[in-house]
Design a protein around this ligand. Sequence first.
Ligand code: C2E
Ligand code: CA
Ligand code: CA
Length: 638
Amino acid sequence: MPDKYNIIAELGFGGFAFLVLFLMLYTKPRKTKIYFINFLGITASIITTALHLFLIYMSSDVEIYSRLLFDTICILFLLFYIILVSLIFNYIMLLSPSLSMSLKKILTMEAVYSSIYIIVMYILLYNGKLYKTTSSGIEFTTFFYSYIIIGILSASYCLWTTIHNQKHLAKTIVMCVYIFVPVDIILLVLQLFMPYTIFISITYVLPLTIFYTMFHSNPFNEVTGCQNEHSFETRFIDNMRIHRKFTIIYVRLAGTVTDGHYHDKKQAEFIAAAKCQKIEAIKHGIHIYSLPDNAYAVFTNSRNMVSLAGRIRTILEEPIEYNGIILEIHYKMATFNNNPYITDITKLFSFIKYLNGKFSQDIENQCIICEENDYTDFFYLYKIECMLADIRNKMDLNDERVICYTQPIYSIEQGTFRTAEALMRLNMDGETIYPDKFISIAEHNGCIHALTCIMLNKVCHTIKKLEGKYDFDAITVNCSTIEMSDNNLHNELLGIIKDNHIECSKVRFELTESAMINDHDAVTSNMEILHNAGIRFYLDDFGTGYSNLERIITLPFMTIKFDKSILYKALNDEDMNEIVSSMVNIFKKKGLVLLVEGVENDEHNEYSIQHGFDYIQGYKYARPVPIAELEEYFEVSF
Ligand code: C2E
Ligand code: CA
Ligand code: CA
């Protein structure tokens, strides 16, 4: 290497770029835009640096100098340098959603300028104007200056567009540009004055590495400028630890008025970026974090949540122009602040889930300002959720928190109670919780199967106790729709029955029509195996869902339970009355047993008897009672 040049920095940064490239190969995710651009950039940096070093090496000795090779490398180097510079500086500009719209125009313009530049440089090279051959080597400072100038111009253009587009760019991007682009310009100018100490590779390896660490996977999204979910968690935890007051505005963007949904990912990104930037600009200290499902959390330490929510609403409701079309977006938002209930990150995310459940499907735009009762309602459900998860994890078939009630069912023909339905309640710190509060939570959290197993075990205990002493047919257990698609369900249920040493015919299962919609094969196979073992099935809540009579008839049901709503409607509506009468006839012809629920008074009772129902369940005959009291309803057997 020539003594004239100090290439330590160039070698160092070339090596560093190698290291970054190596690290990138071990990074995930790899399919993001930022990864692709950085990978391209770092690879181009290594090639550019290598070409540059080769030029310096060749220029040191006239003996190894070959004109054709030197000129070719010069052109190649320029080509890579131009690619690098446009990659870095264009990328920053294209992060602005409004500029990215004119992507094609910008790229064509640049391709034209670059081609002109390369052609001019080639002509100059050809005419020997860019470097001189001397006895001590090649003197190519003119060539050197010509591309540093290009670097300075590109960086300045980038700075200029950022200043002009500041309003349309994420704060983080603007900050990055304001710090690193001037540093790059200073370095390039220094390089201009120190042509023999080569460090130009810093000006491209450094910005690429910074982009990579800032925007690849953590923590900022380069388009919206939002930080990710983990940063949101950290911010929340930090604020909680130092007891700092805060307001969080949860915003979920839904769609455009044209069809209720975003047309494409790009449009969704454009809208999100534009709205986020406006919200961030409301005042200092507002930070936005992106959450799953096109949702965002606006976090601020100001406590004036009503006025802030109002301003955010105004921003969200402003129509936005995209590709010449005016779009109106739909949103759901909820504002909340510190409270004694949301004290950790698990509760925070549960609360967000709770808010999503509170949003109405019928209203397009909705803004909830949370009050004390929202926090207490949430906390009550949260406690149930935790308890259900604990019940599932412990999986104790005798868990005392699961309470089994039973409602005796009356046989019209025999004039006595012959069966009973097991109904679940939960005991939470001494308070009884009813199914309407916990069944759907248990179904969504994957706890329902544990509850069914516990209920079945308790029912089996009672059957064992009553068997032989009392005259009854069976006790029915409710089985959730979700469980029926589990291929292994029959094994577990039969296992519990067998462990209790009772006859399978004493246990029956109730399924709702929605179970039939699910995985058909699994439902049929579970039902058939259990049916062959002697277990009978009831179709629950008939008349509340979409009835597929054909399927009902092909599945091994013994009894159809008419829902109370059908009974009440039939009493007031002649058409409904006719439907019920013909349904009863069809089912009877098929040999099915008919049961009616919700019989509360004499009118209900008479109707049920006259219409040929076989069994009656309702408050008129018996209310649900703790399973220990069930024996009082059955006759003693002799
Ligand atoms: P379901 O299976 O339709 O149970 C009958 C519900 O109707 C019971 O409410 C019962 O108390 C109520 N009921 C009985 N007679 C009358 C009456 O004459 N009038 C009126 N208005 N209501 C009456 P409960 O116990 O609150 O249970 C509600 C629902 O929760 C059940 O509806 C069932 O879908 C579900 N559920 C209860 N226990 C379990 C269980 O162990 N497992 C599963 N998966 N679900 C259960
Ligand atoms: Ca039932
Ligand atoms: Ca029912």
